[in-house]
Design a protein around this ligand. Sequence first.
Ligand code: ZN
Ligand code: ZN
Length: 251
Amino acid sequence: MKYHIDTIPVWDAYHQGGECPLCNLENRIEISYVESFLGGSVMEPDTRIEVNKTGFCPHHFQLLYDAQNRLGLALMTHTHLKEFMEKFQQRCNGVLKASKAMGAFALSNLIKGKKDMQQLTVQFEEWLNAQHHQCIICNRMSNTMNRYAYTILYLWDTDKEFKKIFESSKGFCLKHLALTIKIARETLPSNKQALWLSDVIPLQIRSFHNLEQELSQFINKFDYRNQDKPLGSAKDSLARTIQKLTGRFMD
Ligand SMILES: [Zn+2]
Ligand SMILES: [Zn+2]
């Protein structure tokens, strides 16, 4: 798998600092994708076709809903619903036909009938679950995040200045650490994959250790005897620890 390189946003994300540069980038592209879906790009035929087919996951529906362009969202949701209903109808025709046939069959062979019914319902259930997890914004974000993770690996491998800023960073959140390891596995020879791990793991350990200390300081502040002690950087350590563990910024 070959990804394009996109260095400027990656440099910006490292200069921004924080617990995870990929979280910084993900947050930025998520805001811009949500805006673009409620702006002009939704009218582009290709995007419209994809929205109709895929729809949005619960998280991105919520962000779109919160953006307050109810007409834009209603139009998209309406056409998506119509397309979904066609697929649903076809699926249900098949399910109803098969379950009717099975009912008759089950009378003559109870064990086989029960097994087939089980299989049919599992398939239907899986199809339904797959429908509501599909999301065009998640798909696009995932492609872009792969590209950014690849760019980080590329800069780490080729740019001395970047390597310095990388080494003074706090590593990544767990989700994005896993992403960099996946992209390294897909794109780097095994000796460089090993080098990547030996560079990134100490950063992670140091970062978890610092967070643990800050969180402990934050907790101690609730003791009235420590009320006057300054919190400093530990002030937002709970939010940063949650981000480190989940890849999600706390508002
Ligand atoms: Zn992250
Ligand atoms: Zn989504």
